[in-house]
Design a protein around this ligand. Structure first.
Ligand SMILES: [Zn+2]
Ligand SMILES: [Zn+2]
Length: 281
């Protein structure tokens, strides 16, 4: 089964995401379960929960393959204790929201040290934050997304991801989402088949392909190793199409959602068809 989709809008209600995904021919999708730029949000009503789950069932979307994205204010490695606590509470709330609509994992950016603590201290805080959440909530996994290394973010190199995982108490409930734009921006080349192989061999050696649980497929608007997080449509940026074909044909993608976060949404239908056509059957 191919799980290919895009990060769709929830404008008008959570159930709209399901309809938006269906419209573009997706077999899975990503969504925010609330406004990602606000701390607070209204609870999801029972009616809305039912609507979402029933529509997913109706259109044959596997709830276990839908990849919700965490809000942007949450910083699991925050250097200030009170604000770290606020992030941890909000993170747990987001997990509860996801679980309440039948989802079983949540994609999150690791965190930012804000130039106040070392990267290692920040990574330790992140692992601890995730342990607290996984301790509290059962049957749920956290998917860490690699970052572009913009600003003070950590998680831009495979060693960071490995360090976080090493300090997680629940190894079967932690995974990695590789965002191709972020990887490219942080110095992992994907421009040719050979460089793709080298990058994923390195990922396997440092982190382990068994931890790879999702992809964000994005081309990059900025040059290699720019540390700038600016996405582009597939084949329209500095990465080029070859990388995506290589991944589809060389990485085992069973039960791995592939999510487009490309900028021109009008291209999504075409991009999904193109990806499906290049998928190793
Ligand atoms: Zn992200
Ligand atoms: Zn992403």
């Amino acid at each position: 089964m191919k799980y290919i989709g895009a990060h769709v809008s929830i404008s008008g209600g959570l159930h709209k995401s399901v309809l938006n995904a269906k419209k573009i021919g997706a077999t899975t999708f990503a969504l925010f379960t609330k406004n990602p730029l606000q701390w607070n949000s209204l609870d999801i009503s029972d009616k809305e929960k039912k609507n979402f789950i029933n529509l997913c069932k109706f259109f044959n979307f596997n709830l276990k393959m839908i990849l919700p994205h965490c809000g942007y204010l949450i910083n699991l490695g925050h250097p200030v204790d009170t604000l770290l606590e606020k992030s941890r509470c909000s993170f747990i709330n987001e997990i509860i929201r996801c679980k309440s609509i039948g989802l079983s994992f949540l994609n999150v950016h690791p965190g930012n040290h804000l130039y106040k603590i070392t990267e290692i201290d920040c990574l330790k805080r992140i692992s601890h934050s995730i342990n607290i959440a996984l301790d509290k909530i059962e049957n749920f996994s956290i998917i860490l997304e690699n970052t572009a290394g913009q600003g003070s973010s950590v998680g831009y190199c495979f060693d960071h991801l490995k360090y976080i995982i090493d300090n997680i108490d629940y190894k079967d409930r932690i995974g990695i989402c590789i965002d191709t734009c972020h990887a490219f921006a942080s110095g992992y080349d994907l421009r040719t088949k050979e460089r793709c192989k080298k990058t994923f061999d390195l990922f396997d050696k440092i982190v382990g392909l068994n931890y790879l649980k999702a992809f964000h497929f994005n081309d990059s608007r900025n040059k290699f190793f720019s540390n700038i997080d600016r996405h582009n449509n597939l084949g329209k940026g500095y990465i080029g199409s070859e990388a995506f074909i290589w991944i589809l044909q060389n990485i085992c993608l069973n039960n791995i959602p592939i999510i487009l976060e490309t900028t021109n949404k009008d291209m999504w239908i075409k991009e999904i068809i193109w990806l499906k056509n290049n998928y190793k059957s």
